[in-house]
Design a protein around this ligand. Structure first.
Ligand code: NOJ
Ligand code: CA
Length: 704
């Protein structure tokens, strides 16, 4: 592995009690972003950020409240400060690109209280070309051994009433539709009366991150966090009058603090991606760069792949997860009342294996293979119900795995914990060992329902640790994790590259059953500039039978078929589902060619155009082959987008197969209207992409 690191520690300032005459600042390597730090007259820490000499984040205060100690809010002096220049290029084992440039200037300020108990606190700021990150470090010290944090007070004091793309600060789930409003008009509490969701808790007018904003002057901001480890998830409370955001940590009903830590420790990074246009937000690597390097070493046992699955058929109601067993004296028993609609049968899974093998698809996800589904959702008493090693009687796991191996197709394991976390934790070793025995290297986990033990929320410190520990343990068994109902992505995939993908948004499944009509056409053009900035998404694209009236007349996918193809490129994930039923693909062999061809692991990514919530076009170069794939999607408006292919290798000719919306295509009136065209292109080619309402365009660009 090639890693190039340069570190320059350029300056150490000695203790100064007054901060008046010294400036504490760091400037990005391109000179555009500047972060300044200082203390107020009361000794209260604050920072501000400018871009091109314009204030982007005005004086914003920093501090903490504790349960067992006086607050960290004022009376600090600066004991010492250091600045550092850091530069490296690191490699993603799988990802949107191979090489990642990580260049930043760091300012570290060591503070001490000037009054008793004279405790210490450090602040570390990193300034990149694409944004800033900072964290609090609680160093080892004699008069502070442990903290119980009741609130973190990190402010982001904004200077404009930004157009904001947001979801509510729900402590339990991110599966909400985005709202687009002015910052001053954010009203998260309007989400309290939700439908569709098995768990949700929104206590404040706060938003979840990433939250993305667009200014009148073209500035683009996105607020999030990086390296969320042993701490609570951060929501941002909105002061709609003063245009101020402030951290509001997720809590627990079981403790009167939100985070408990022994010293020394540091918090997650608080991040702001700052760009002059929308595409640069997606191109930003700030979140992964703020995470520590790979701690797992070689993870070549995990191969990025496309997969199919016994999945969409359950969401459509064609088959079911459960078999129809009964629990007798704590044991699941087949009492002969099987309803006959069970999806995960040996025979059905073999159908998916055959189809996958024929279509260059590496995996099959099998949901509903294990006992417990009869009592999984809506039940208070869920501990001890699911079992992660016992199969239903009609699923022969030995045979399925053997057959998959013969055909070169891996089985993807499924662990729906139903948020019964103790049961899952007890069985984790056995469950992962079973996978290892069968050579299964990927698991999709699920956390549907209210967390057990009662009183905990999905995004609090307790669960952050459970999600992280599950992934760390899985790695020991060479298992990669794709969590649904997860904690947000914060770039930990850099440190633990077996954290491959996750849900954490309203996925495709909502189109199958949501009572509000599913995800509207603007959903993914917003997701690409919000949720996707945090990391890979298991969205499960590729629904060809858009209206599925055979199963449901009230629901449908709200995009064209061409957009479903484009999503394989636009929405990044190292595992990408071909989510529809085998028979729906077999009825549409021509568009299926694109899914067959499209890559899942990229050497380079180019964001060609885009506006938040409107449209986006992305091209990605496949590792090993050097072939390119392009995806373009739009919201409910049609678009004509001129695309230049100057990103292609200059001396190379390519065959481009273009899958585009037909002239009269429309997400609702004619979603299947698709034209396919084959042309030769090179780096001088320019094309007009005509996207229909709710439409898209997908292009495979194969070297001649
Ligand atoms: C919710 C997940 O998002 C979905 O993909 C899965 O099929 C169900 N839970 C069952 O685990
Ligand atoms: Ca879900």
């Amino acid at each position: 592995m090639r890693v190039l690191v340069t570190i320059l520690i350029s300056l150490v300032l000695l203790s100064c009690n007054s901060s008046e005459d010294t400036v504490f600042e760091a400037v990005s390597s391109n000179g555009l972003l500047k972060l300044s730090f200082n203390l107020s007259d009361e000794g209260q820490p604050y920072y501000l950020v400018t871009r091109d000499n314009t204030v982007v984040i005005d004086t914003s205060f920093l501090g903490f409240e504790f349960k067992n100690a006086p607050a960290f809010d004022k009376n600090f002096v600066i004991k010492k400060s250091e600045t550092k220049t850091f530069s490296e290029t690191w490699q993603m084992p799988w990802g949107e690109q191979t090489d990642v440039i990580n260049n930043y200037r760091e300012l570290k300020v060591m503070l001490q209280e000037k009054v008793s108990p004279e405790r210490f606190l450090n602040l570390v700021f990193r300034v990149y070309d694409d944004g800033i990150g900072f964290r609090y470090e609680f160093p080892e010290q004699a008069r502070l051994k442990e903290v119980e944090i009741t609130e973190e007070h990190t402010q982001f004091n904004l200077t404009q009433d930004y157009k904001t793309f947001w979801i509510p600060g729900d402590w339990d789930i991110y599966e909400h539709l985005y709202s687009t409003t002015k910052l001053s008009e954010i009203d998260a509490l309007k989400y309290v009366d939700h439908v569709n969701l098995a768990q949700t808790y929104i206590p404040e007018n706060a938003v979840n991150t990433p939250v993305t904003m667009v200014g009148d002057d073209g500035i683009h901001l996105s607020f999030h966090e990086a390296a969320l480890v042993d701490y609570s998830g951060m929501t941002l409370k909105v002061d709609t009058e003063n245009l101020n955001l402030e951290s509001h940590l997720v809590g627990s009903r079981n403790t009167d603090y939100k985070v408990k830590r022994s010293l020394p420790f540091y918090t997650p990074w608080r991040t702001v991606q700052i760009a002059g246009n929308a595409p640069d937000l997606i191109a930003s690597n700030l979140i992964v760069n703020l995470n520590e390097p790979n701690k797992l070493g070689d993870i070549s046992w995990f191969k990025p792949m496309k997969y199919t699955g016994v999945w969409w058929e359950m969401h459509l109601g064609k088959s079911s997860w459960d078999y129809g067993m009964e629990m007798v004296d704590g044991e699941w028993v087949d009492t002969g009342k099987a309803h006959g609609r069970h999806g995960a049968t040996t025979e059905n899974v073999k159908r998916f294996i055959d189809f996958s093998a024929e279509n260059n698809i590496g995996g099959v996800l099998v949901e509903g293979w294990n006992t417990g589904w009869e009592r999984w959702i809506g039940f208070e008493d869920r501990e001890g119900v699911f079992d992660f090693v016992s199969t239903y009687p009609d699923y022969d796991i030995d045979e399925v795995v053997r057959y998959g191996k013969e055909k070169g197709v891996d089985i993807i394991m499924h662990h729906e914990t139903s948020s019964a976390t103790e049961t899952y934790e007890k069985q984790q070793d056995a469950a992962y060992a079973l996978m290892q025995k069968y050579g299964m290297h990927a698991v999709k986990s699920g956390y549907v329902g209210k967390i057990l033990p009662k009183g905990e929320y999905h995004h609090g410190q307790h669960m952050v640790n459970k999600y992280n520990n599950a992934a760390i343990k899985a790695a020991k068994y060479e298992v990669a994790v794709n969590a649904h109902e997860p904690i947000k992505a914060t770039g930990l995939r850099r440190t633990y590259p077996n954290i491959i993908s996750r849900e954490g948004l309203r996925g495709q499944e909502f189109n199958a059953w949501a009572e509000d009509g599913g995800n509207p056409p603007e959903h993914l053009p917003i997701v690409a500039f919000t949720r996707m900035l945090s990391g890979p998404i298991d969205f499960t694209p590729g629904i060809f039978n858009i209206k599925f009236d055979e199963y449901k007349t009230e629901n449908q996918v709200n995009t064209t078929l061409a957009q479903q193809l484009a999503l394989y490129v636009v929405i990044y994930s190292p595992i990408q589902m071909a989510a529809d039923l085998v028979e729906h693909y077999e009825a549409n062999p021509e568009p299926l060619e694109f899914i067959k061809d499209v890559g899942v692991d990229w050497e380079a990514t180019r964001i060609l155009n885009g506006e938040v919530g409107d449209y986006v076009t992305i091209a990605r170069k496949e590792r090993l082959t050097g072939n390119w794939f392009l995806g373009s999607i739009t919201d409910e408006n049609s678009r004509d987008l001129e695309v230049s292919f100057d990103f292609l290798d200059a001396s190379q000719e390519y065959t481009a197969t273009i899958y585009k919306d037909a002239k009269d295509a429309h997400w609702n009136n004619n979603p299947l209207g698709l034209d396919i065209e084959k042309i030769m292109i090179n780096s001088n080619t320019k094309l007009n992409l005509n996207l229909a309402e709710g439409g898209g365009c997908a292009i495979s660009i194969i070297k001649n």
